[in-house]
Ligand binder design. Structure first.
Ligand SMILES: Cc1cc2nc3c(=O)[nH]c(=O)nc-3n(C[C@H](O)[C@H](O)[C@H](O)COP(=O)(O)OP(=O)(O)OC[C@H]3O[C@@H](n4cnc5c(N)ncnc54)[C@H](O)[C@@H]3O)c2cc1C
Length: 379
């Protein structure tokens, strides 16, 4: 019998599968996509995400192929600009998610996980247990189009922001606020790049820019205004052209492929799972990508879910989701609070200006903030 089923082979699912398989569990990892597949993302791994890959022995290829990022540049309205490094010996990497996710999946397969691509998880297999409803596997769309039940002792939902499992079981949903949408695309021939991720914060929207290998550049627009998303390519190009700092830098830029969009971005998870089911990655909650730490949360969340799943395979699954909730709180709560504070500060032009002054007077303070934001040091 399959011991653990994981829905979703993004970074959270692949890291969970790899961790479980390395510990000797029989794991089935399912994804509706076929890899390599694209994923709308800023494509940056912060130093904290790199540290996890290093600990798992998955860093060599990413270090080799990814473009080194030394820190962040944040700009605000009125020409404010703050530049800070992660700190001595600390760096992130910029790399296409298409490549990163395919490598992580290959590592999970090498570790012994069984993977089925092109398989869509439709719902959880829920039974009435002694203490209430219990998840004991999933229902997928079989190759003949008919529902196929796959039982398992533990199920991990790592199926992303709009998790079919978490949403259908009422464990997650989109909150009324914040409501933001994203559009992103790759460009060539962008001017004025440096080994830094960039976040350009404007009134009611922001634009992230990251240099990538092979001269590519990732540009993502995140906005509160839903208008224009029927044509995300024009929307993104208009936002770049109209931007006081980016307009000139994108004059020569060539769009490599049409922009993709998604939203609303924020997902509130009401729990870390339920009996038999554990949530990991964006399926366990997501706000927006401004702080660039989604991949670190996803990888670490996958590890935590796998650790709790292993324990429940040995000792029983009843309260595993409660244990996972405790572990996620201990691990993520302070950083999430820091992220909320940083978002609130960055949303105020006066605060960004004050930050620029403070950065000139006390650069070590800025470096500290950038290091915490990049998960290089603990919040
Ligand atoms: C615009 C934007 C920019 C971002 N930029 C950054 C950044 O620069 N750095 C950073 O660290 N984070 C960034 N993030 C956040 C980051 O992309 C996510 O946090 C990360 O992808 C979460 O990983 P995951 O494994 O949980 O989910 P995902 O990467 O979304 O993977 C989920 C997987 O589940 C599969 N799936 C979904 N539904 C089903 C189903 N029903 N059945 C089977 N499979 C299914 C999907 O095909 C997918 O492969 C950004 C996010 C956005 C929206």
């Amino acid at each position: 019998m399959i011991e653990a089923i994981i829905a979703g082979a993004g970074p959270a699912g692949s890291v969970a599968a790899l961790t479980l398989a390395r510990a000797g569990a029989r794991v089935l990892l399912l994804d509706r996509a076929r890899f390599p597949r694209d994923k709308l993302c800023g494509d940056t791994l912060n130093p904290g995400a790199m540290a996890i890959l290093r600990r798992l022995g998955l860093d060599a290829r990413v270090e080799q192929r990814g473009l080194r990022l030394d820190g962040m540049i944040v700009t605000g309205r009125g020409g404010v600009r703050v530049e800070g490094n992660y700190g001595p010996g600390l760096a992130g990497r910029a790399l296409l998610r298409r490549e990163l996710d395919a490598w992580l999946l290959a590592a999970a397969i090498d570790a012994g996980a069984h993977v089925e691509e092109g398989v869509s998880v439709q719902e959880a297999l829920v039974y009435d247990g002694a203490a209430g409803p219990e998840v004991r596997g999933v229902v997928v769309k079989g190759r003949d189009g008919r529902p196929l039940r796959i039982p398992a002792l533990v199920t991990i939902a790592a199926d992303g922001r709009r998790s079919t499992l978490a949403f259908s079981l009422g464990l997650a949903g989109h909150p009324d606020r914040p409501r933001r949408w994203a559009a992103g695309a790759y460009f060539q021939d962008v001017d004025g790049l440096s080994p830094h991720g960039e976040m350009h914060v404007r009134r009611r929207h922001y634009i992230g820019v990251a240099p990538l290998p092979d001269g590519l550049v990732n540009a993502c627009l995140v906005t509160e205004n839903r208008r224009g998303f029927d044509d995300p390519t024009s929307l993104l190009q208009r936002a770049l052209a109209a931007d006081p700092l980016l307009g000139d830098r994108f004059v020569r830029a060539r769009l490599v492929q049409p922009a993709v969009s998604l939203g609303p971005l924020a997902v509130d998870a009401r729990a870390a799972g339920m009996p038999g089911l554990l949530l990991a990655g964006d399926a366990a909650g997501f706000i927006d990508p401004m702080t660039g730490d989604g991949l670190r949360f996803a990888q670490r969340g996958g590890e935590l879910a796998a650790g709790v799943a292993l324990e429940s395979l040995e000792k029983g699954a009843a309260a595993a989701h409660v244990r996972l909730a405790d572990e996620r709180r201990a691990e993520f709560e302070r950083k999430q609070r820091f992220d909320r504070a940083l978002r609130a500060i960055v949303a105020r032009p006066a605060a960004v200006s004050a930050g620029a002054v403070a950065a000139r007077l006390a650069p070590f303070l800025l470096e500290r903030i950038i290091a915490v934001a990049g998960d290089a040091v603990s919040a």
